[in-house]
Design a protein around this ligand. Structure first.
Ligand code: CMP
Length: 139
């Protein structure tokens, strides 16, 4: 079993896509162990995306991620990281496979509706960034 962090980004929340995303997650068989709405400060967004701090899009990305509420979730399942990345589709929605969340809903390479961890180590960091042990509900 594996856990991963999912974020419905401020564009997804603002456009009323929480239900669409959650429906796809549940239909896929991934289990939601934790879920809450947050509104990151710029500093919190910079900490979350610290791995990208040298990238040219870092300032814009952290402005966007702190621009409004987001929904953060802990997902669990066999190969949850890869399965959720498949549901999301490629970062660039123009390259995302048909039927993926980003292909169906994203409007921009930055405003791409959802985030998902890319490896077990990043999942552990990202989950602990938003959730403590009491907020995660094992099944
Ligand atoms: P995410 O999966 O959250 O990981 C890093 C984020 O940076 C990515 O989704 C996009 O929101 C953003 N991003 C990645 N590449 C670019 C890019 N070339 N230009 C702008 N934003 C990007």
């Amino acid at each position: 079993m594996e856990r991963t962090l999912s974020i419905i980004k401020p564009d997804g929340v603002g456009r009323g896509l929480i239900g669409d995303v959650v429906k796809r997650l549940e239909a896929s068989g991934l289990t939601i162990l934790a879920m809450k709405m947050i509104h990151m400060t710029k500093t919190q967004a910079q900490g979350f995306y610290a791995v990208h701090r040298e990238r040219p899009f870092f300032d814009s990305l952290t402005d966007f991620m702190s621009s409004g509420p987001a929904v953060v979730m802990v997902l669990e399942g066999e190969n949850a990281i890869a399965r959720y990345r498949e549901l999301m589709g490629a970062t660039n929605y123009k390259e995302a496979a048909e039927g993926t969340i980003r292909r169906d809903f994203a409007t921009d390479i930055e405003k791409n509706v959802v985030h998902g961890s890319d490896a077990p180590e990043t999942a552990a960091f990202e989950i602990s960034y938003f959730f403590n042990a009491f907020e995660i509900n094992p099944r």
